[in-house]
Each structure stands twice: as structure tokens, then as C-alpha cells.
Design a protein around this ligand. Structure first.
Ligand SMILES: C[S@@+](CC[C@H](N)C(=O)[O-])C[C@H]1O[C@@H](n2cnc3c(N)ncnc32)[C@H](O)[C@@H]1O
Length: 321
């Protein structure tokens, strides 16, 4: 989320320098903070965006030096303060980034598993299933447990990103007391105790899942097991299954998956009668090859990749194609 702090017209790099230097930067952040400038442009007459970036950085630093005799350092990798400039024709807009790290990073990811979902996508998928926290939830291909962590956080009423830092905390005008009061207020409410289950065949993924669940502080509500989805039994007579099977792009070849889906359909019918099962995948062959009739198919994008969230209601003996 960007906070617009200035707009101006420009024709040259010097115009940019002058307009940026005119901003009262020492009122926006402390000189001890580190800085990074990012520039994007559309139909701009500027010859070099790199040079414009440098001039903006110089103008900010020169303003600090004029006012305070000191200037902030630049840190390109993990800056405290990010300044964004957007140039459009001869119009420029300057922003301060109040987010910092991208917002999909919710501050709990520790272990690296293959092909993790983004946290916000995982939370959105859980919400689309209509899951209620008193219903057992199983991810039988849990990988690094993104869906389980986000489901637990939803059940416990934890705000997304409650465990992470934000860019606005590094800006002057940030009210630390108000922030503490808001976050402490959220933790006091009484929340339900969800029953969550995860499994995977890959011990490395399960290790990552354990670390992520612990870091998110939700491990006590999640049972993990190393077992193949085709072998595992239902942890409760009814509930909600949500999984993100490999889909050929990053893991699992198209042939392997084509052989896997019919077996998956059989396993669901044998062991998960009474369950609502959701699969999130970019492999649009899944409903045909699993040989079950989807009750719903919701189009979703995973970055640039078109995906579907398929719902199958498993009732023994019916829904067979
Ligand atoms: C795309 S990843 C899931 C990523 C996960 N949603 C996350 O965000 O971290 C697919 C996972 O399915 C697991 N897997 C593949 N075949 C499996 C099977 N037959 N039974 C159980 N897990 C399986 C893989 O080990 C992998 O961790």
C-alpha cells in the first residue's frame, strides 16, 4: 500500500531533483533509517530511469543534509523506508511504501517446501470453501502447510500479518501505542479450537510444515502425518478436504498426474464419503480424469497461471460418471 506524498510536473532530471528536494523529508522519517528508491514509468520522456532514481535519492539525502547535517544510508536489499516514484508523460507522483515486504508475506514462513502457495491465495481458497472452524479440515498434500496455517489463523481470529513488521512502523507519525492496543485487543477475544490435519509423503515438506506451524503459533491445533493420500484414512466421519496437488508446472509430470487422478478418485470414494473435497490446480484435466462430477469449479489465478478450485461432494456410490 502506497501513501501518495507529492505530485508534480517535470520536463528534466533537474525538475525532478528540485521537486523532490522541496519535500520536507525529515518530517517523514528519521535520518537513521535506511532508504531505497524505486522508479517506474509509462510514456515518460526521461532517457534513463536509473539516473532519475539516483537524482531522487540525491535530492532526499541532500534535503536531510541541509536540514540536519546528516543523510540516511541506502540499503537496496532490506531498506527501512521505500520511496516509489511513478512517471507518466510529464506528470510525476511520489509515494512512501507503508507495507514494506509484500503483503502476501505474513511473517510465519520458515521452512522451505516445494511449490508453496502464497499466503493470501491460500487464505482466499480456505474462505471460498465456506469452511467453518468447527468442521474438521484436512490437507492431505500439505507441503509447507500454507493452507493449514492460514485456516488456523482464520479460525483463531488472527489478523493477517499480525506477526510481521510493516513499512509504516518505520515512518514518523507511526503511533506505537495505538498499534499495540489494536493488536493486543485482537488476541484477547475467545476463539474456537479448530481440528486440523495435514499429511504429505515428503519428509522435507513435513519438516517445513512443522516449522511453519510452530512459527505461526498454531501447531497445537494441527496433527501432521507422513502418509500417501491414496493410503490415508479420513480423520473424522465428515469434514472438509482442501489440497493443492502438484500440477506439472513445478512438480509432477503430466503422465504421472494422468495416472494419479483416477486412483485419487477411487480413494476419495472409498474413504471420504461424507466429505467435501476441494482441489486447487492449474491442471484442467483433473475433473475428467478423477472421474467424479465437480459440484463447483471456481476460476482463480496463481500469479499468471490460470487455475481452478474444484469442489467434489463425496457420497458413497453416487456422482460416478
Ligand atoms: C504443490 S505442493 C503443495 C504445496 C502446499 N499447498 C504449500 O502451500 O506449501 C504438492 C505436495 O503434494 C505432495 N504429494 C505429492 N504426491 C503425494 C501423494 N501421493 N500423497 C501425499 N502427498 C503427495 C508433495 O510432496 C508436495 O508437498
Amino acid at each position: 500500500m502506497l501513501w501518495r506524498i507529492a505530485e508534480f510536473e517535470y520536463k528534466s532530471d533537474q525538475d525532478i531533483y528540485d521537486a523532490v528536494k522541496a519535500i520536507d523529508w525529515p518530517r517523514l522519517f528519521e535520518v537513521g533509517r535506511t532508504l531505497r528508491v524505486n522508479v517506474t514509468a509509462q510514456k515518460s520522456p526521461l532517457k534513463s530511469l536509473e539516473f532519475a532514481t539516483l537524482r531522487i535519492k540525491d535530492a532526499v539525502c541532500d534535503r536531510f543534509r541541509d536540514d540536519l547535517g546528516r543523510r540516511p544510508d541506502v540499503d537496496r536489499a532490506s531498506p527501512d523506508v521505500r520511496v516509489h516514484a511513478f512517471f507518466e508523460g510529464t506528470h510525476a507522483t511520489l509515494y512512501l511504501d507503508t507495507s514494506g515486504e509484500p503483503l502476501f508475506k505474513r511473517g510465519w514462513r520458515q521452512g522451505a517446501a516445494d511449490a508453496p502457495l502464497r499466503e493470501n491465495l491460500a487464505a482466499g481458497i480456505v474462505m471460498l470453501t465456506g469452511w467453518k472452524p468447527d468442521e474438521p479440515l484436512l490437507d492431505p498434500m500439505c507441503g509447507g502447510a500454507t493452507l493449514l496455517v492460514e485456516a488456523a489463523a482464520i479460525a483463531r481470529g488472527r489478523a493477517p500479518g499480525a506477526k510481521r513488521a510493516f513499512g509504516f512502523q518505520k515512518l514518523l507519525g507511526f503511533d506505537a501505542k495505538a498499534w499495540e492496543a489494536i493488536t493486543a485487543g485482537e488476541q484477547k477475544q475467545k476463539q474456537p479450537e479448530p481440528h486440523l490435519y495435514g499429511s504429505d509423503t515428503d519428509p522435507k515438506a513435513l519438516n517445513a510444515a512443522r516449522r511453519n506451524l510452530a512459527e505461526a503459533g498454531v501447531e497445537r491445533w494441527v496433527s501432521l502425518e507422513r502418509v500417501d493420500i491414496l493410503e490415508r484414512s479420513a480423520p473424522a466421519p465428515g469434514g472438509l478436504m482442501v489440497a493443492n496437488p502438484p500440477y506439472g508446472e513445478r512438480m509432477g509430470s503430466a503422465e504421472e498426474l494422468a495416472a494419479f487422478y483416477p486412483k485419487l478418485g477411487d480413494a476419495l470414494k472409498k474413504k471420504f464419503a461424507g466429505w467435501r473435497c476441494y482441489f486447487f490446480t492449474a491442471d484442467l484435466r483433473l475433473p475428467k480424469l478423477i472421474r467424479l462430477e465437480p459440484a463447483a469449479r471456481t476460476p482463480l489465478w496463481n500469479g499468471a497461471l490460470e487455475c481452478r478450485l474444484y469442489e467434489f461432494k463425496i457420497v458413497s456410490g453416487s456422482h460416478r460418471r
